[in-house]
Design a protein around this ligand. Structure first.
Ligand SMILES: Cc1ncc(COP(=O)(O)O)c(C=O)c1O
Length: 475
């Protein structure tokens, strides 16, 4: 790069070919400093090769949709109703879709019975729930504000909190999700420090990445804590309708109207490519969210909103969700059965009863990120756990997604992964205390005591700034 003076003395910037220096680096906002390219994106070319079994990305099995019916429905929306569907729309989202969203939320108890309403007036349609997360962070977080979040947490949420320059403090989970006592402890610590969390971010159903679900009793306990400590909860629920064995559990939002901001999505129950999600918020918050969204995108895309509303109006969407659940259940079974049959001693994993993900813990001394290049050479891909922690811990964990590959591919992928883990263990046993990272030519990685807990998903509660960037953009 060189900096030259233009004719009127104006500095202009030019690249020196072959360098990777960024001529704009002294101009970027502070919020960009922690943004780095995701590891999955870097690996994407390799991972998407047909010979690699990818258990990495959480891509829904959209080919199980009635594609012809969806295609002709969308075609008709354009040819028959293009004057509206190809036009700008309302910043808050299409009223008809907002009504149908209330029907969807009713399946998880929102607005059903009791005095808690489900009003289309308080629904804000977003470009996926990812935009909903971003709006919530924009509306609530100033730099340095504290957000409580599960350890581990959805990588896309960590990215949003980091961009908002919020400080993420993790709260422990176990096989039943967020631990209420750990939340109480975190809240007491904050109180003792004279601080307050802006909100708790939680994924109560079929957690991404941990695969676990919060039982009703814990939901009640967490809501009671929210009352006691005047805590706002952001309930992110894209997977709630994808349970394999039972009806959906009541959303936290169905029990506490003023305490909970609820995020929903059609990405997992219909199509992620349409990018339609929503936020359901108390009225005052809803107003702010609409203003923030209008500043960001003017309005959500009309065509995809109409497509979702038409789909809900004309297609057997609840039946289709059952089709998805059956398909994912079969893939979950293939994953759990082959893990049980093939994984060496010392490896443990969660047992999801819905959703897309299994969270796996490696034996002590192994590091999922260090192991990743060997896994790729063995033609299997996963997401290292480190990206799901705001402080870059989680070295012993990795996430497997079973939603996309066919069961046979899953079995083959797990077989390959088991082989890789076995050789890592052998390597560690042969070289004793030597850090396996140095044997692979990678930088040594410190494993913190908090990552050595026996149960998956129970890495210690971290008091962390949003220092490291999310390691993967696979949702
Ligand atoms: C927990 C969670 N929240 C939010 C999202 C974002 O979903 P979308 O923007 O597609 O609705 C995802 C995507 O996988 C997710 O897993």
């Amino acid at each position: 790069m060189r900096i030259t003076c233009g004719r009127r003395g104006v500095r202009t910037l030019a690249w020196v070919s072959g360098t990777r220096l960024d001529p704009y680096s002294d101009r970027y906002a502070a919020r960009t400093h922690g943004m780095t390219a995701s590891e999955i994106r870097a690996l994407f070319a390799v991972v998407s090769r047909p010979e690699v079994v990818s258990l990495a990305g959480g891509m829904p099995a959209v080919t199980a949709l009635p594609l012809d019916a969806v295609g002709s429905m969308i075609g008709d929306l354009v040819s028959g109703h293009g004057a509206t569907t190809l036009q700008y729309g309302s910043g808050q989202g299409d009223p008809r879709l907002r009504e149908r969203i209330c029907d969807v939320m009713a399946l998880e108890g929102i607005g059903v019975g009791g005095d808690i309403d489900a009003s289309p007036d308080n629904v804000v349609v977003t470009v996926g729930s990812q935009q909903g997360l971003d709006l919530v962070a924009r509306v609530f977080c100033d730099p340095g504000d504290i957000v409580l979040a599960e350890a581990p947490s959805y990588v896309g949420a960590l990215g949003v909190f980091q961009a908002a320059q919020a400080e993420v403090r993790h709260v422990d989970m176990d096989a039943d999700g967020l631990i209420p006592e750990a939340l109480r402890e975190a809240l007491l610590t904050l109180r003792a420090q004279g601080r307050r969390a802006k909100f708790l971010y939680t994924v109560p159903n079929f957690h991404n990445p941990a695969g676990v679900t919060l039982p009703v009793q814990r939901r009640e306990e967490i809501l009671a804590l929210a009352d006691e400590f005047d805590l706002l909860i952001v309930e992110d629920n894209p997977y709630g309708l994808l349970g394999f064995d039972r009806d959906p559990l009541p959303a936290m939002r169905s029990r506490a109207a003023d305490r909970v901001i609820y995020l929903g999505s059609f990405s997992k129950t219909f199509s992620p490519g349409l990018r339609v999600g929503w936020v359901y918020a108390p009225v005052a918050v809803r107003e702010k969210l609409v203003l923030a969204s209008e500043a960001q995108i003017l309005c959500p895309p009309s065509l995809t909103q109409y497509a979702v509303a038409r789909y809900l109006d004309t297609q057997p969407w609840q039946q289709q969700i059952k089709v998805f659940c059956e398909l994912y259940r079969e893939r979950r079974d293939a994953t759990l059965d082959s893990l049980a049959a093939l994984m060496p001693d010392g490896v443990s994993w969660t047992k999801p009863d819905g959703g897309f993900y299994v969270w796996l813990q490696l034996p002590e001394g192994l590091d999922a990120k260090v192991m990743q290049p060997r896994a790729i050479s063995a033609r299997v891909a996963y997401v290292p756990g480190v990206g799901f922690y705001a402080d870059g811990s989680g070295q012993r964990f990795l996430r497997l997604s079973y939603c996309y590959p066919e069961p046979d591919r899953i079995r083959e992928g797990v077989r390959r992964l088991a082989g890789v883990i076995e050789s890592e263990i052998e390597l560690r046993e042969t070289f004793g205390g030597i850090d396996p990272a140095s044997l692979h030519g990678a930088a040594p990685v410190t494993v913190r005591a908090g990552d050595l807990s026996p149960d998956p998903g129970t890495a210690a509660s971290h008091s962390a700034t949003g220092g490291s960037s999310p390691a993967a953009d696979a949702p």
